[in-house]
Design a protein around this ligand. Sequence first.
Ligand SMILES: Cc1cc2nc3c(=O)[nH]c(=O)nc-3n(C[C@H](O)[C@H](O)[C@H](O)COP(=O)(O)OP(=O)(O)OC[C@H]3O[C@@H](n4cnc5c(N)ncnc54)[C@H](O)[C@@H]3O)c2cc1C
Length: 516
Amino acid sequence: MPTLLVFLTITLFLFHVFSSLPLVLPLIFLTLALAQYTITHLYTSHLQKTTILTDIQYLTTPPPRGRKGTAIVVGGSIAGLITSAVLLNHFDRVVVLESEEIGQNGDGKEERKHVPHGRLAHVLLPLGLKVVKTLFPGLENDLLERGGIPTQLSAQYQHIYGGLIKQTPYVPDTAIILTSRPLLESTIRHQLLLSDRIEFRSGTVVTGLVVQEGDVRGVKVFDGENKAGVVEGVVVVDATGRSARGIKWLQSLSYPTPPTTSYDPHQQYTCARFKTHSDLPSLVFNVGFPGKRHETFAIFRVENNECILGSMSTGNPHPIAPRSDEAMRDWMLASDCPELNTTMFERVGERVSEWFSWKFPGSRWVRYEEVDLPGGFVAVGDAVCSFNPIYGQGMTAAAIAATTLDATLRKTTSLKSLPKTYHTLLAHRLEPIWDTNESNDIRFKAVTPSSPLDSHRVRLERSGRVFELLVYAAQEDAAASGCLLRLMSMVAGQAEMLEWRVLWAIAKVAWRRYWE
Ligand SMILES: Cc1cc2nc3c(=O)[nH]c(=O)nc-3n(C[C@H](O)[C@H](O)[C@H](O)COP(=O)(O)OP(=O)(O)OC[C@H]3O[C@@H](n4cnc5c(N)ncnc54)[C@H](O)[C@@H]3O)c2cc1C
């Protein structure tokens, strides 16, 4: 399009020079070409600032400068593993220190004491999958060999706000591989440990940072035999999850405490595993209308012909967790769309685990970008931002942080400026995700927004209404359904909603609802 406009401008200008064509015509086309160029440029830089979509392609290319020394990653769960793979590309050696005793080539059955959410339904969204597949070319095969279930999201049963999202066989970039969380994590760990430049020390608790002249020089540890020691390194990554140990380490060295943004979506999960019948769809979702229905029910198929049936309650400070099959069935029947829920319940098969409940402690974002940090110290994953799990974004947010760290390491020459540059860019990328979630969650009366400002609530309510219109449009229109799925998969910028077919579908819904 810009090339066409430039071509027309030049042609019309020549006509003006060699014939009597008025100058105003080439000037109009010149203005259009400049406007088009400016919009494209602004859109590309906005996408670059707020998403990792353009950064992913560089993840495995050699960085402009190799850095000497060891990078230390504290926490060997999903964020620690993905970040370690990124750091291997930049540093001589990477050491992962994990407090729990975990096997190095687990079979996916391990249950982690500090990661109880591993027993609950987990999906790695397409963007997160894209990052891990780029970092670990062998991962997809490995996951499929271990029983992962390849699934096209657009072909699944997603019943949202009282209607089925229009199913299509294929929407670009929305494929996922369904597995249990332990299988996913142990497969990524297995792939990471194929490198001989990585050392994974489990049973090692990190108790503090070693900082000299404003730069990290390592961490203090207690190893499996409770021996205190120091592990030296030039970069320390806090990947300790919700516990965000880094805050305490910084406080003990008299660094300022980073402010936090938080709210409680009153989210509770209850899940159990079932041995499934083979004709069960890979994924079924029944998401209630936010503000009116607290419950979401879901089935996720996983390895070994099993599936996880989960009920998630949002916005209810006192949910009753159903702990028996009968209680769960009654709960499902009393909810939105009981026919779908009954079918789901009747098809899951025979239960093979206890019902397990988990109350989410609240959405929390540590604003590291607002404080001074020692050179070489950064945080990733839940240690920075822990989202309401119902949206399934936590592991993908960990992948976003790792990719952002990669992009920052490529641009910065000094490790001193790394924390500020990285955390500022990461904040730009987390903000749209946080806002979308919060705008949905505050539709429940019991959920208090993260800021008391009226302008904050008004802004979120407006974006919540736009999202709601997109969901309704997606129930009847394939273009809108593709757009919704790509946004939920995090593989598209929000500007995809401006595509004319999507706008048309939304406009039709808005028009109808206005007159109803
Ligand atoms: C119920 C529920 C459902 C969810 N569903 C999804 C989903 O469907 N999709 C999705 O993407 N996300 C989901 N999430 C979110 C996801 O689980 C988290 O975002 C993700 O686990 C964060 O990974 P992490 O590595 O940052 O932290 P964690 O997984 O919490 O790991 C932190 C690690 O640090 C270690 N550690 C802690 N302190 C120390 C120390 N001092 N020294 C050494 N090691 C230490 C811990 O042992 C642990 O291994 C869900 C979360 C919950 C609660």
